[in-house]
Design a protein around this ligand. Structure first.
Ligand code: TRH
Length: 391
């Protein structure tokens, strides 16, 4: 079989929006671009609703944007497994479902889709099989990544064309700013989007912007960074629609918008602060300089992940610009808190802008959805061969 007709994606929401953000994006790409009938099982419909407001968090089953969305609860129903089964981020599949997979004449191709990392070991683990200890089933690890030896990255077929049409059309950009209640930026103004976790370096960054020569407009989606920014302006709370000004810094608080619309914010801004996994990738596709707030892990391993990515990303960038970028990223993710590198980062603005565009282009050739479908075919061929050989 060339490609699966059906696919089940299983997602547990650990926290925030990254887990479901990635699954929702993958589900839509498989359905819209490859005609796969996708069923998405998610344990937290309220989180999915933030990304897709049409989702009703009380419905056990609904169809949204071409996807069958199922609420994944403890009492799992009896269903026929799909041909391709994707377990996202090692969430554990329901026992009943696993038993049903083992009972199929033609067993599904079972994938554990892992978190994105630029670390070297990923290449060696991508596609590794993990046989089930009791049942005649094999699960395969599938690692997204930045090099050709990994599973690649999620990128819609038409994304660059839509991005370029938007960024190349001053009227579309002006209309976008107006839709947020903002005037069209003056040539010397800098627009920055800020999506991060709580961050001890945040007040320092706001101070640098407040005192900068260049006016800075900071677009801040509602969320975890908002209380800190509100406190900087002496407010107890903040909400979408608030606009605060101090010195040369203006902050506009934006509503959390549906996933499709978040891209435009990234395309329109000069610099994007992003976090986690999915917004981090979308900022790269925007082709604009960005600063990553990596998801912090207790044992500090996130700094290794951060540096592995920076090593790759800085290849081909002049040494001074690379140093400026690295310093700012280290500051933003490190201790002690501070962002002394911001001015240096800005001084290399045009080189970083050019580099960001080239980088996006370089990465775009290794498409995760396509690779998943190729892998499905590969496993199917191996199984056919084994069956013919009577193994
Ligand atoms: O929300 P995140 O921090 O998510 C995660 C999770 O914490 C996860 O457990 C962790 O392992 C992972 O990060 C690394 O960041 P992320 O991945 O960027 O997800 C945010 C999603 O929210 C992304 O799909 C973009 C979307 N989004 C919108 O749809 N609208 C918005 O207005 C904004 C700001 C974001």
């Amino acid at each position: 079989m060339n490609k699966p007709a059906t696919c089940d994606i299983f997602c547990t929401v650990v926290d925030n929006y990254g887990d479901i953000g990635v699954c929702w994006r993958l589900a839509r790409q498989l359905a819209h671009e490859y005609g796969v009938a996708v069923r998405l099982w998610v344990d937290d419909l309220a989180s999915l609703q933030r990304l897709c407001p049409a989702v009703d968090p009380v419905l056990a089953k609904q169809h949204r944007d071409g996807i069958e969305v199922r609420h994944w609860t403890l009492s799992f129903p009896e269903v026929a497994p799909a041909q391709l089964v994707i377990e996202a981020f090692a969430c554990e599949l329901p026992e009943r479902y696993v038993a049903a997979m083992a009972g199929q004449d033609q067993q599904p191709v079972w994938i554990n889709l892992e978190y994105l990392s630029a670390e070297n070991w990923v290449e060696g683990c991508h596609k590794l099989p993990s046989p089930h200890p009791q049942l005649p089933l094999v699960k395969y690890f599938f690692f997204p990544g930045f090099t050709p030896q990994t599973g690649g990255l999620l990128l819609e077929k038409d994304l660059f064309a839509r991005r370029d049409a938007f960024q190349g059309d001053p009227q579309a950009v002006a209309a976008y700013w107006q839709s947020l209640g903002l005037a069209v930026p003056k040539p010397d103004e800098l627009h920055v989007s800020l999506f991060s976790y709580e961050n001890p370096a945040l007040p320092d960054l706001l101070r640098v912007w407040e005192q900068s020569m260049q006016p800075v407009t900071c677009l801040l989606p509602e969320g975890r960074a908002l209380p800190q920014v509100a406190a900087y302006f002496g407010k107890e709370l903040g909400r979408a629609g608030d606009v605060w000004q101090r010195g040369n810094l203006r902050v506009c608080v934006l509503p959390f918008v549906e996933q499709e619309r978040y891209d435009k914010l990234l395309w329109a801004c000069d610099v994007n602060f992003v976090r986690g996994e999915d917004s981090f990738m979308r900022a790269q596709w925007a082709g604009r300089p960005f600063v990553w707030h990596i998801y912090p892990q207790h044992d500090g391993v996130h700094m290794q992940k951060l540096r592995a990515f920076m090593d790759l990303h800085c290849e081909g960038l002049g040494p001074e610009a690379a140093q400026a970028l690295r310093s700012l990223w280290e500051d933003w993710n490190g201790e002690p808190a501070g962002v002394s590198a911001w001015n240096d980062f800005r001084a290399h603005g045009s080189m970083l802008r050019q580099h960001s565009r080239v980088w996006a282009q370089q990465l775009s050739g290794n498409n995760l959805a396509l690779n998943l479908l190729d892998f499905f075919r590969e496993i199917g061929k191996i199984r056919d061969f084994e069956n013919q050989a009577g193994r």
